[in-house]
Design a protein around this ligand. Structure first.
Ligand code: F6P
Length: 757
């Protein structure tokens, strides 16, 4: 009904406007006609009496002139007639001739309207009506004799116009009614057609989930259907798991054993989960500040296998065997960490150069210009090859499950595919994928895409990034796109493109180990020197320009400007782990953040009170979780972020169901965590209002929001993220095995069967 009204109301308004325009047009045209008609009538009336009039006038027979004028004015619409001499003096007139229109006035008007002695006419008001005046010139052989003035009553014209307007209104009302009825009927019938078609296709989809050929359908249904198919396949896989409820390490192990039996798991990620350092002669293990590690480590602990990473710690070589392997976690080994050694030049070109000065700014809308250097890309290619060598060395069989992580390894999937054609390669891109126009900036775009399409499955956090990737392939590669299946077929090999929103482990081990919230608050308040009734906000990030740290501190400044009640009471602690510090843009960011913090502290600080506490160093997870638990709010202000796991960690940390999450709309997490206060971090008014609302939020509302957030994150945890990818990979592998057993080809739909994976 609402949709019908949406069409009908503008339609009625349009018809009303047309009706009004038409009535104005008709009125104008009718007036011109009436004018012409009246003038003709006047000329006709005078011409019938012209001879008699001219003779009488020439002889000065006023009584005869008056009589003839009486004849001329017999028409019921003529109010009166007058004969005037050439100088504009009255010769004679009928008795009802209206006084205001004396001969002089008419002559003046006629002279203004025409240079030659021709009939002239004009309209003038007369009491409550209007009259039409016509001056018809008279002359004989001897010269001009003056003119006859005829005054026509025009009140009938107004009546006609009224009638015409009425008629038009009725006609348009009928048309509008007919249009409304036709629109409603058309909407009804097409809606019925649509629902029937949708039901048909949904039934077909429901009956054959999985990789079989989808039913043929209209183009406009395809996006909806691919969502439905994804949902159906998800539900089917949940059912085939034989259990509902939370994903856990045990369930993930189980899914791996059921769907990919006997498979070995090899993870490739640039960042290693444990970094060995030596400080003051003591060997220490560091947990890097990395969303990827946060998410992936619990998964690999559950599945076992091998994690191949760049050995970046100063003491990394001290703890590995001769194959550069070490069992981790150090206190309870569950899998193997295989380190790859890179030279300083390789690290410079591959990691700092192409990965972090090229691809990182390319993929994030954060206004830092990407830098592409040929030398960096060559180093990137070489480093990818080095990791491909490591994968082949670690693989014990021809078909391992290889989980390739992130933008450091765009070329790796194809390199692995060429050497291990039967491997199942699941690539996950942890950062956003830009739109195809922006992606075109990268000089090696097609090679990057081809490299990634060596994967069996390519995952992004959100559907929008999958769509951007498909658009990029469409624009820069000769490949077959199947938007319905969300896949790309290149060289006979199919890659599924899927959204798998990443998450964290649940229950989160760091939260489980942390002291209770009041104790954390006590400890953090003591460390920061805060009064017991102070209010605390936290931000936890790598010092990266995509995280919007400057904007965050500016929002704190705006909060203190607009809401003086928080001055002296609210402190914002920013834990910022130095990151990629060799890159000039990161050095600049570091300076800017320091400068903003100094300025805000100068403006609003007093005595011991500093509104911003900047802690620029690496913090181990127990400290981070202490801050999460101590805070009244956590502000995640990323300018662009694939997911952002700080938001989810904050939620996981708050088992006291207190604290408020203020979250940037430009994070993948904002699509899932709707109970947070969502803000545009560029909009300092909105952001500072949200901070104020968070600080003033009643406990009951905090609890309600936090409870909903915790339910979501517990359910959509990282085991589910990994489980869904593994189940999808298992299904693909099964399909390929089945089609590999069939020796006689039975169908030839191009690209349908795909290649081996
Ligand atoms: O979020 C993108 C990402 O590369 C993650 O994958 C990783 O956790 C994080 O940035 C840290 O970056 P780096 O490994 O360069 O310190």
């Amino acid at each position: 009904m609402r949709a019908v009204l949406k069409v009908l109301v503008p339609l009625m308004l349009l018809l009303g406007a047309i009706a009004w325009g038409a009535s104005v047009l008709v009125e104008h045209t009718a007036r011109r006609w009436f004018d012409r008609d009246t003038r003709m009538r006047a000329e006709l009336a005078v011409s019938g009496a012209r001879d008699g009039l001219e003779r009488a006038l020439r002889k000065g027979e006023r009584a005869r002139v008056r009589r003839i004028l009486g004849e001329v004015a017999r028409d019921e619409r003529v109010l009166g007639a007058a004969a005037c001499d050439p100088e504009g003096a009255l010769v004679a007139s009928t008795s009802e001739y209206p006084e205001p229109f004396d001969c002089g006035r008419i002559r003046a008007h006629a002279a203004a309207g025409a240079a030659a002695p021709v009939t002239s006419a004009f309209e003038a008001p007369y009491g409550e009506t209007r009259v039409h005046l016509t001056a018809v010139p008279l002359a004989d052989e001897e010269g001009p004799l003056g003119f006859v003035a005829l005054v026509h009553d025009m009140s009938w014209v107004a009546t006609r116009e009224e009638q015409t307007r009425g008629f038009l209104a009725v006609a348009f009302a009928i048309v509008a009614l007919a249009a409304a009825v036709a629109t409603t009927l058309a909407a009804r019938f097409s809606w019925r057609g649509w629902s029937a078609e949708l039901q048909r296709v949904l039934r077909a989809t429901w009956l054959m989930p999985g990789p079989s050929a989808p039913p043929r359908t209209r183009r406009e249904f395809q996006p909806l259907l691919s969502d439905v198919r994804a949902l159906v396949s998800e539900l089917a896989s949940e059912q085939s798991e034989g259990r509902a409820g939370l994903w856990s390490p045990a369930r993930l192990r189980d899914a791996l054993a059921r769907h990919l039996p006997g498979s070995e798991v090899i993870v490739v990620a640039n960042r290693e989960p444990y970094i060995h350092e030596r400080r003051d002669g003591v060997l220490r293990v560091q947990h890097p500040a990395s969303g990827l590690v946060t998410a992936l480590e619990p998964v690999v602990q559950a599945t076992g296998g091998t994690w191949i990473a760049h050995g970046s710690g100063a003491a990394d070589r001290e703890v590995v065997d001769r194959h550069a392997r070490v069992r981790v976690p150090p206190d309870d080994p569950a899998y193997t960490l295989r380190r790859v050694w890179l030279t300083a030049a390789e690290e410079e070109g591959y990691y700092y150069g192409f990965s972090n000065e090229g691809l990182w700014p390319l993929c994030h809308v954060a206004h830092t210009r990407p830098t592409f250097r040929g030398g960096d890309f060559a180093a990137y290619r070489d480093a990818n090859r080095k990791f491909a060598d490591a994968v082949c060395e670690e693989a014990n069989g021809p078909d391992p499950v290889v989980l390739v992580q992130d933008y450091h390894f765009a070329l790796l999937p194809r390199m692995i595919r060429e050497r291990l054609p039967r491997a199942t390669i699941i690539t996950f891109w942890h950062i956003p994928w830009p739109n195809s126009e922006r992606f075109g900036i990268c000089p090696w775009g097609p090679e990057i895409l081809e490299g990634m399409l060596g994967s069996s499955i390519l995952g992004f956090h959100v559907q929008a990034h999958c769509n951007n990737f498909l658009d990029s392939v469409d624009r820069y590669l000769e490949a077959r796109l199947d938007r319905e299946r969300q896949s790309v077929v290149l060289g006979g090999q199919e890659t599924l493109i899927r959204a798998y929103p990443i998450s964290i482990d649940w229950p989160t081990r760091w939260a489980a180990d942390a002291p209770a919230a009041p104790l954390c608050r006590e400890r953090v308040f003591a460390d920061l020197g805060l009064a017991p009734d102070a209010l605390l906000g936290v931000g936890i990030d790598r010092l990266d320009y995509t995280k919007g740290i400057e904007e965050r501190l500016l929002a704190v400044e705006r909060l203190l400007e607009r809401f003086p009640q928080f001055r002296g009471r609210f402190t914002f602690a920013q834990l910022a782990a130095p990151s990629r510090t060799r890159i000039p843009r990161y050095q600049e960011l570091n300076r800017n953040v320091e400068e903003v913090a100094r300025r805000v502290n100068e403006r609003f600080g007093e005595g011991d009170y500093r509104p911003i506490v900047l802690l620029r160093e690496h913090h181990e997870p127990p400290t981070v979780f202490r801050y999460y638990r101590a805070a009244d709010l956590c502000y995640v202000s990323s300018l662009h972020d694939g997911m952002n796991l700080v938001a989810k960690e904050f939620v996981a940390a708050r088992d006291d169901e207190a604290g408020v999450l203020v979250l940037s709309r430009f994070t993948g997490a904002s699509r899932e965590l709707g109970e947070a206060l969502l803000v545009n971090p560029y909009d300092l008014e909105e952001a500072s209002s949200a901070l104020a609302a968070a600080l003033a939020m009643p406990r009951e509302e905090q609890r309600e929001r936090m409870r909903a957030l915790r339910t979501f994150v517990s359910e959509f945890n990282v085991y589910r993220w990994a489980g869904r990818m593994l189940v999808d990979a298992g299904r693909l592998r099964k399909r390929d095995r089945v089609s590999g057993r069939i020796t006689v080809p039975f169908r030839t739909v191009p690209g349908e069967a795909g290649g081996r994976r």
